[in-house]
Design a binder for this molecule. Structure first.
Ligand SMILES: *Cc1c(COP(=O)(O)O)cnc(C)c1O
Length: 249
């Protein structure tokens, strides 16, 4: 894949957009009777060049997400100083194959897209070898749309329980991509479904599940609905950087 071109989006515009998104998040939290500080903003940086990623961190973003391994690896040297200084955490938010785990864990501090036990086992083995504990979220396909990865909602509790028992991993919660639907009720129901999965797993009392409270759900178009249903992390790209020139996978 070619190295992305320098962004034409100006740093000042990125900073202004980021502030607007944070205001949207805060307003949605208050409207839901929640504390704004309960909702973290993850900036999805896919297709954005390294200079735009640096600009959004300079503007105050402390959590970013990449959804393609190649892109994460390509930008890693350009953001390594920010990551090692603890200014930004990097989550993998896209589909991950077992044979790419080593590449991803060289930069990522968390993986939100755990959708199989075999992937979790590979992450666990690598984390143990490195003597670290990796934050992971189990991805759930709440909409059932075939284009989306993630465990089926009915299978997610068993997967989460198995993941939580692995050494080197800390199950911190659940992630989903909302339904692609103009019907708000459908989108909300999907987010509520993820919350139901989370609540069932935390209530189960199974080893390693007590901390699994995060709900990573909601993007530029549906973050208000997700926050109303309990999102603790929203993942936002286009509302910060403008429309992508290449389509998302
Ligand atoms: C791109 C992406 C987002 C952000 O989507 P926007 O609509 O640009 O806000 C969130 N989550 C995942 C997994 C993504 O790939």
């Amino acid at each position: 894949m070619p190295h992305p071109e320098p962004s034409s989006v100006l740093p000042a515009q990125i900073a202004q957009n980021l502030a607007r998104v944070r205001t949207r998040v805060d307003d949605a939290a208050r409207a839901a009777g929640r504390a704004p500080s309960d909702v973290r903003l993850l900036v999805a940086t896919k297709t954005q060049p390294a200079n735009a990623v640096r600009a959004v961190v300079e503007a105050g973003a402390d959590l970013i997400g990449e959804n393609r391994v190649q892109e994460l690896v390509a930008k890693a040297p350009d953001i390594a100083d920010l990551v090692s200084a603890g200014r930004v955490a990097v989550h993998m938010i896209g589909h991950l194959q077992r044979n790419k785990v080593n590449q991803v864990l060289a930069t990522a501090t968390g993986v939100e897209s755990v959708d199989s036990l075999s992937l979790a086992q590979a992450l666990s083995a690598r984390a143990v070898r490195d003597g670290r504990v990796l934050d992971v979220l189990v991805q759930v396909n709440v909409s059932g749309e075939g284009t989306k990865s993630g465990a089926a909602p009915d299978d997610a509790p068993a997967l989460a329980t198995a993941v939580a028992a692995l050494d080197g991993l800390r199950l911190s919660g659940f992630m989903t991509i909302g339904a692609h639907s103009p019907d708000e009720a459908v989108v909300r129901a999907g987010f509520a479904r993820l919350r139901g999965v989370r609540d069932a797993v935390v209530r189960s009392g199974a080893p390693g599940t007590a901390d699994a409270r995060e709900l990573s759900m909601g993007m530029s178009g549906d973050l208000e609905l997700a926050i109303a249903e309990g999102a603790t992390i929203v993942r936002v790209g286009t509302a910060v950087f403008g429309p992508r020139l290449t389509p998302p996978r």
